[in-house]
Design a binder for this molecule. Sequence first.
Ligand code: PMP
Length: 368
Amino acid sequence: MNERLNRLANLPLRENLQGLKPYGAPQIDVPIQLNVNENTHPLPAEVHRAIVEEVSAAAVGLNRYPDREFTELRERLAAYLGHGLEADNVWAANGSNEVLQQILQAFGGPGRTVMGFPPTYSMYPLLASGTDTTYVAGVRTECYGLSAADAAVQVRETAPNIVMLCSPNNPTGTALGLDVVEAVYEAGEASHAIVIVDEAYAEFAHTGTASALSLLPGRERLIVSRTMSKAFALAGARLGYLAAAPEVTDAIRLVRLPYHLSAITQATANAALKHVDALLANVEAIKVQRDRIVNELTRMGLEPASSDSNFVFFGGLANPKAIWEGLLEAGVIIRDVGIPGHLRVTAGTEAETTAFLVRLEELLHQGP
Ligand code: PMP
């Protein structure tokens, strides 16, 4: 590998990519995978059947390019989101990672800045370097909070071209109040900043948590990003989407590759969206396990953050590396997000969650 790295150094790689590491959450084949915030429940049988049928029908026409405007899919996504949104307000791509990349391609780039508030989703700086946009790290409070006033001051001072807000935030799990989004949007007025609210985990938020979708009317610089990877249990299908003013989708058309959403992807997502209730059936069960993890970790003397997502970020660990390894030995993989004393675990099925909790408690009793 080192030799490969040396050879890479001989290539004329762009300066801002030199020395970078690719996104690399370990993909290890163990029985209980609670490390990348997937929905660990298999697809409901009726959704699986519907997808197979619709993909089979789409396969007949694979000699032709797909609908470049994926109109049916945009209509279905708009109907799912509600809030008076229509197909013209919606755009989709191969995962919300690609949606975010397209936003940076359109509104970022050389000489422009994107501001995030770490600890947050680890792809933001990578998407920034991939599009040659300068990443500026804002600051949270010691407990990883972000108040409206604090965020607004930082945005005003930095005057970025793009602000990334992640709500519920990965890896901490906590949702932002809409007052933060409103304040950041207002503070971004001077630099005409695009404000992205990444709501990849929105469906798991506690009842009463408002989505930034409700703020879209009258805010043409605001973009809400969503995904079918988490609540919809479709991470393998790669379908992310956004809601925004129609002119935002016009901007993204300038950078998207023609026919970027394959006919197979469109058929899969369309079929799934005809069964939204069945697809979302496991969200409540996952929330129960998420709350159970928070309660159990507290009982064990650890410090879990409150979570509006399908994962729990927890501190109070003397030796997180040993815990991570001990869990892996027992066939349970969780995530070390590189924050001292902390780990992150995805809420799985009841049985998976039990396996995690039982093994964790044994390891804690064994001591560091
Ligand atoms: N945003 C956040 C906050 C995430 O955690 C993830 C996935 N881990 C994504 C976006 C990207 O998800 P996808 O590309 O599967 O839609």
